[in-house]
Design a protein around this ligand. Structure first.
Ligand SMILES: [Zn+2]
Length: 79
């Protein structure tokens, strides 16, 4: 599937998560909740800020999967 953040070709990983788990060559391994996937139908993530968020999250929580949910999602500014 395409990466939910940067839209390049990424691998979807079978997951227990209510949502999807993705391994993207540019954004790394992360999850996205089902509610964010629904909201994303008419919005896009802020690609760079989301990458920074994922990077920082991994620094703070080594070994745990970052999951983007409705509390921490960073939307691109709407036009
Ligand atoms: Zn990506």
């Amino acid at each position: 599937m395409k990466c939910v953040n940067c839209l390049c070709e990424a691998q979807q990983i079978p997951s227990e998560l209510d949502g999807v788990e993705i391994n993207c060559p540019h954004c790394g391994h992360f999850g996205v909740s089902a509610s964010v996937l629904r909201q994303r139908l008419d919005r896009a993530f802020d690609v760079e800020k989301t990458r920074v968020f994922l990077h920082n999250w991994r620094d703070i929580n080594p070994g745990r999967l970052p999951v983007i949910n409705s509390e921490n999602v960073i939307w691109a500014p709407s036009a």
